[in-house]
Each structure stands twice: as C-alpha cells, then as structure tokens.
Design a protein around this ligand. Structure first.
Ligand SMILES: *[C@@H]1O[C@H](CO)[C@@H](O)[C@H](O)[C@H]1NC(C)=O
Length: 160
C-alpha cells in the first residue's frame, strides 16, 4: 500500500519530470526576460534615449531587439499593445538617411513592417530610430533623442 506521503513524493517527482521535459524544448531566460522563439526579451520599465537604451541592453549581454519575421513582430507588438508606452527597437537610418539597418548586427532589414505612411522622416528628416507603439499595425520612425521605453533581445541562458 502506498502511504499518503509516498503518493505525495511520487506526485512531486512526476511534476519535476514534466517541468524538465517542457524546459527541454523552450528557451530559458534570465529572471525578468520573456522567452519567444530562440531569444529572450526584456520589456523595459525605464525610459532612455535610443543610444542609452542600446548601451543598457549591451550591459545586460543583449542588444536592442532586431525583428526578423512576422512571428517576432507580432510577439513584440502584442507586448507593446498591453502598455500605453512607445518602445525603441534596434533599427536606425542614422548613418545613411533612408537606409534602415539593425544597428547591433549592422544588417539590412530583411523583414520590415512599417505602419502605413511610415517611415515619414518627419521633423526635417530627424526621425532616425524605429519605435513600436501600442495599438499599431507596424513600425514608426522617431527622433532618437526622445526618452522612451525599449525592448532588449538576448540569447537564452542555457538549453537543457
Ligand atoms: C495591437 O493592437 C491593434 C489595435 O487594437 C490590433 O489591431 C493588433 O492586432 C494588435 N497586435 C497584436 C500583435 O496583438
């Protein structure tokens, strides 16, 4: 006969096993980072100019998020939709007006999802950084020196 205690231990072991099993297929992230696909994301609570946001992401071992496909965009847009804030991501045309690249990897935008009418290079072509805004269907270009929230991307801490 299994005692109550033995049954409890069995249940605990089963729970541990299933947790490990789930972790095997998912990206594990540092505390406060959210897993999606092969990456982890930090949704900032503070606001920074674009440059400082990039530096902070680097201090954390990451970079301002680089959006490579629709699944990644939808994940980030849905995170942003739950806020009332605008968020910097890692794209800019500051080096060459009209040529947008992901700055950390220095790669062209292989996938782009601009909001209708964007990028509009408003404010005398002074909008050189990409931000993502709540309730929108695509990206916007904004003045890099505005102080806004930001989204860092980084690798998972370990794969089991
Ligand atoms: C973000 O909000 C807009 C407006 O409500 C909605 O149309 C869009 O589908 C939302 N995006 C995501 C990825 O949830």
């Amino acid at each position: 006969m299994l005692t109550r205690k033995a049954l409890g231990l069995l249940f605990l072991a089963a729970a541990c096993f299933s947790t490990i099993h789930i972790a095997r297929s998912a990206t594990r992230c540092n505390h406060g980072w959210i897993p999606h696909g092969q990456s982890c994301y930090l949704i900032s609570h503070d606001q920074e100019q674009w440059n400082n946001a990039e530096s902070i992401c680097e201090l954390f071992g990451g970079y301002l998020a680089e959006i490579q496909n629709a699944a990644e965009y939808n994940f980030i847009q849905s995170q942003v939709n739950t806020t009332q804030k605008n968020f910097w991501v890692g794209g800019s045309d500051i080096e060459n007006e009209g040529t947008w690249i992901w700055m950390a990897s220095m790669t062209p935008l292989s996938y782009a999802k601009w909001e209708a009418g964007e990028p509009n290079s408003d404010h005398n072509s002074d909008e050189n950084c990409i931000d993502i805004r709540p309730g929108k269907l695509g990206w916007n270009d904004e003045r890099c020196y505005l102080v806004q929230n930001y989204i860092c991307e980084g690798e998972g801490v370990e794969r089991l």
